[in-house]
Design a protein around this ligand. Structure first.
Ligand code: PLP
Length: 401
């Protein structure tokens, strides 16, 4: 892959007519080392946030040895990328029997989550040998439904057993596993450590009610990154609160603490360079959008930091909205995105913090979407891990002038 110092160098070199993805392996490496060294337990990477094999290799090389996979496709991908060494945990609570069977018998996956008795029966049946020998080495984690009220993106509606039904499911699961765990997900981009404190209180209630021995507490994902208008407290505060409340749970003293960070490990990994194709008042028509790397900008009005890459723009910043390139009205990102007032058709923009749920979600709908990737060596626009808030940043929106 071609290396450049930064986005401006890419524009100077190739003046790209299609959106291009810029990757910063050093930023992902730093995030991985941070979690590996500072999270008071095991950090597994939630592959869905960005399944790029290059990224997965960077995380592995920097201390992430466990991977949260949600489909048989992700199981195969991590095995193809990293071989047999990493531990894979199949944490989607609804799986097909054939996916469980292949994961267990062909890929050595022993860890599964579930939120119903039906899924428990499915896992037990799919991991029993044709001769009728039941698996003796399963780690089964019961997914508990918790509140998403402190998070920007809810994960509360779809999965998780309600507290009132948790005791029965925990007791039934205990019969079939070597290690019993409880997991949850507080929702993505949790803006306060209190989200985990609240969830762990619910875990405590579930354990008390079920009166079972619990060996694993998995606090899931949700660790935040930094975006315009979203400034979370330091990750160390999250880790400290989680550790404190984990230690207070009525569990065996050898119990393990796990987490499944997705966003926090890869948000800083990628940005994209887009070109302005047309300007209509305060709306810029750019060549990536809702069907490209900007799904969240379009569908949940997520704001990403932006910077104009031209040297000849002299006006102060103004608020802009973006239209993506497809013929679809929904391909609209209201922002606001702050760019120099005199930006115009033909100018290039870098959009930052797209490593998580961004670059990885790009489609080829309508024939658009970034297909080329480059490595760049400069810092991401903002970083949680350097403590660095760019001096060019106001409200986390970046301008180079
Ligand atoms: C999406 C997901 C994650 C990752 O969540 P982030 O908010 O990106 O950290 C972790 N675990 C499960 C089960 C998920 O569905």
């Amino acid at each position: 892959m071609h290396h450049y110092p930064d986005a401006r160098a890419v524009v100077r070199a190739i003046s790209p007519d299609e959106a291009v993805i810029l990757n910063r392996p050093h930023a992902a490496a730093r995030a991985a080392r941070f979690f590996a060294e500072k999270f008071p337990g095991t950090s597994m990477y939630a592959v869905k946030a960005n399944p790029s094999p290059d990224l997965i290799r960077v995380l592995w090389d920097n201390g992430i040895s466990h991977y949260d996979v949600a489909s048989i496709g992700e199981v195969r991908l991590v095995r193809e990328t990293l071989g047999d060494a990493p531990k894979l945990c199949f944490m989607h609570p609804v799986k097909t029997a054939s996916a469980i069977r292949e994961a267990y018998f062909q890929h050595g996956v022993k860890t599964f989550s579930l939120d119903t008795l039906g899924e428990l029966e499915k896992i037990v049946a799919a991991t029993t040998t044709p001769e009728g020998a039941a698996a003796a080495d399963l780690q089964l984690l019961v997914r508990l439904r918790v509140s998403s009220e402190h998070s920007e993106l809810s994960l509360a509606a779809k999965f998780g057993v309600d507290l009132v039904d948790a005791a029965e499911l925990l007791q039934a699961t205990r019969q079939h596993c070597d290690a019993l765990g409880i997991c949850f997900h507080v929702g993505s981009q949790a803006m306060t450590p209190f989200a985990y404190v609240q969830a762990l209180e619910r875990v405590r209630a579930a354990i008390a009610e079920a009166a079972v021995t619990v060996d694993i507490i998995d606090v899931g994902g949700g660790f935040p990154s930094q975006y315009p208008g979203m400034e979370p407290p330091p990750l160390e505060d999250y880790f400290a609160q989680i550790h404190r409340h984990f230690e207070m749970l009525p569990i065996s003293y050898s119990a393990e603490l796990w987490a499944e960070p997705g966003r926090a490990l890869c948000a800083e990994y990628s940005s994209i360079v887009v070109k302005v194709e047309k300007r209509r008042s305060d709306e810029l028509y750019i060549n990536d959008g809702a069907y490209g790397a900007l799904f969240d900008a379009a569908h949940v009005d997520w704001r990403f930091p932006v910077v104009a890459l031209e040297d000849d723009l002299t006006q102060p910043l103004a608020d802009f909205a973006f239209f993506g390139p497809t013929c679809d009205d929904m391909d609209y990102m209201k922002g606001p995105f702050q760019l120099p007032e005199d930006i115009q058709s033909g100018d290039f923009i870098e959009i930052g913090m797209l490593g998580a749920y961004g670059a990885a979600m790009s489609t080829r709908f309508n024939g658009f979407g970034a297909t080329r990737c480059f490595v760049v060596e400069d810092e991401p626009m903002v970083s949680l891990y350097t403590g660095r808030k760019d001096t060019r940043v106001s409200d986390n929106v970046v301008s180079l002038r």
